[in-house]
Design a protein around this ligand. Structure first.
Ligand code: ZN
Ligand code: FE
Length: 257
């Protein structure tokens, strides 16, 4: 399974999963249809599935047009998003499994950004393969999604599930927010050497016009403040100790940043 990253709108990424053996493809969160159709044409691949993480228009905006062009495709989304995802046919819950390109994807229910948000995780199947996580707007490189429809406790629980994945897991998040996220991270975790190093790398990459997605679970655990609620330096920065309170204050500070 090859992952193609398609930048669209101001800072969204669409991910096109390609199975070169079958010449099939599946798309994660098609904000728009046209850039997906163009990439499919380049690959000479047939679209068989849409995997949506949540109902926001910058994640489902291309669903209808892709369904018109490929009437056979299957549209997946979270069970709690029933009625909110255009064309949805499959209603997924925590622990459900999906298949693409000989890989089995596991579904995580990760509410917080929205009440029905899910993530798709494809564990490695053979030696040397990496796990692939498609987490929409739940976990970002250096940050996390805003709490539009969920509580800090819910989001903390959701992020705990993603943090528990193997360090090498690649994180395909849906927005290029990394530099801004790390600026905030430095404001609350200034002494973190790994964070300083990462900030410099990301800044250089963005100057060169490069994407910073995918990230990996290991580097997020070292540098993302929204995965580090147990860390004394962060607890001190927000003047709290209890996990939910620490997380809630961090999220509130980021909203004002
Ligand atoms: Zn969203
Ligand atoms: Fe989004």
């Amino acid at each position: 399974m090859q992952v193609n990253r398609i930048p669209v709108l101001s800072d969204n990424y669409i991910f096109l999963l390609h199975d070169p053996q079958q010449n099939t493809a599946a798309v994660v969160d098609p904000a728009l249809a046209q850039p997906v159709l163009e990439r499919l044409a380049e690959l000479g691949a047939q679209l068989v599935a849409i995997f949506n993480t949540h109902h926001h228009s910058d994640h489902v905006g291309g669903n209808r047009q892709l369904m018109q062009r490929f009437p056979e495709i299957c549209v997946y989304g979270g069970a709690e998003d029933r009625g909110r995802i255009p064309g949805q046919q499959v209603f997924l819950q925590e622990g459900d499994r999906i298949k693409f390109a000989g890989r089995v994807g596991e579904v995580f229910f990760v509410p917080g950004h929205t009440s029905g948000h899910i993530a798709y995780y494809f564990p490695p199947t053979v030696e040397g393969e990496t796990g692939e996580l498609f987490c929409g707007d739940t976990l970002f490189a250096g940050g996390c999604g805003k709490l539009f429809e969920g509580s800090p406790a819910q989001m903390l629980d959701s992020l705990s599930k993603l943090r528990a994945l193997p360090d090498e897991t690649r994180i395909w998040c849906a927005h290029e927010y990394t530099l801004k996220n790390l600026q905030f991270a430095l404001s609350v975790d200034a002494q973190n050497q790994d964070l300083q190093t990462r900030y410099n790398q990301v800044q250089a990459a963005r100057h060169r016009g490069e994407a910073t997605v995918p990230s990996q679970v290991g580097i997020e655990k070292l540098t993302n403040p929204f995965l580090r609620w147990e860390h004394p330096s962060l607890q001190a920065a927000v003047k709290a100790q209890e996990p939910v309170k620490t997380f809630a204050r961090l999220r509130g500070m980021k909203d004002q940043f």
